[in-house]
Design a protein around this ligand. Sequence first.
Ligand code: DAH
Length: 338
Amino acid sequence: MTLAELEKQQAQSLAEVAAALDAAALEQLRIRYLGRNGIVPAVMKQMKDVAPEERPVFGKSVNNWRSTLEAAMAAKAGAAEQPRAAGNAFDPTLPGRWPAPGAKHPISRVIEESVAIFNRLGFSVADGPDIESRFNNFTALNTPAHHPSMNASDTFWLAEDQLLRTQTSPVQIRIMTQHQPPIRIITPGRTYRRDTTDATHSANFHQMEGLYVDTKPISLADLKATLAYFAKEMMGSTAGVRFRPHFFPFTEPSVEVDFACHVCAGQGCRVCKMSGWIEIAGAGMVDPRVFDFVGYPSEEVNGYAFGFGIERIAMIKYGIPDIRWLYENDARFLEQLR
Ligand code: DAH
């Protein structure tokens, strides 16, 4: 073996040590190069074939190879050991560990925020059960007996007079039959409809109802101001409101309420489908017939009511394209909420 060959072998062995992936690979290399039948001892044995005048240089080279190789292996083994051996030593170069805290669900966030906004306007939270009577969910809300929403294809009926509420509006009836005006309530809660699930429908969703009833005169302008305040607080200062005429059995007049698109401020964009407006709520002045049903003197009281979908606001506010994301607990979605 020549000196040049020796150097080549040395370089090769050091490269292999550097590339060793784990302790086992390192041990293989140790056996291969430094073991009793390894390459380095074998080269040592060839010393007798080297020309006598070259022997000192050659011998020094082999010894140097052995020590360099041993040092490289020790360093490499030490590096592999370090994380464990270091124990409680602080290594500022390691990436930080994310503590993975939980986060409030968008539905909870919208409910909590809405409640806080309406609290500031003097509304308090009222609650009602998910299982309702026909009277509270339909009849007292002035819904005629033939109304299609009462069909078994639209409503989950549990018994002749028992159903899963299709709206939070029955809480209006519960409160008015138990309390005298003035009444200023909001009612967040679950609602149920026999809808086929798709990107914008779910058989189980959330609504928030609002009701203000008083013996003092209340106008549609009061309703509009209240919802305009809510829009701005919820969506940002550019969110105005507009009313479009509509029909609900329990309000007269009835309106549908649009928020000016909070993304483009009414200019038209993808979020509002170029219209500048996003449909948010149903509302209106409480129909005197509802007051009759709850036993209020309908000549002496008046008020407004409104109801909106919590999911709808969450989807618009947080840019969630599919309502199912809110229920499926897909970690890829939930992780975005942090
Ligand atoms: N309950 C209606 C619905 O589910 C929403 C609604 C409209 C509620 C008008 C109201 C109202 O209180 O006045 O579509």
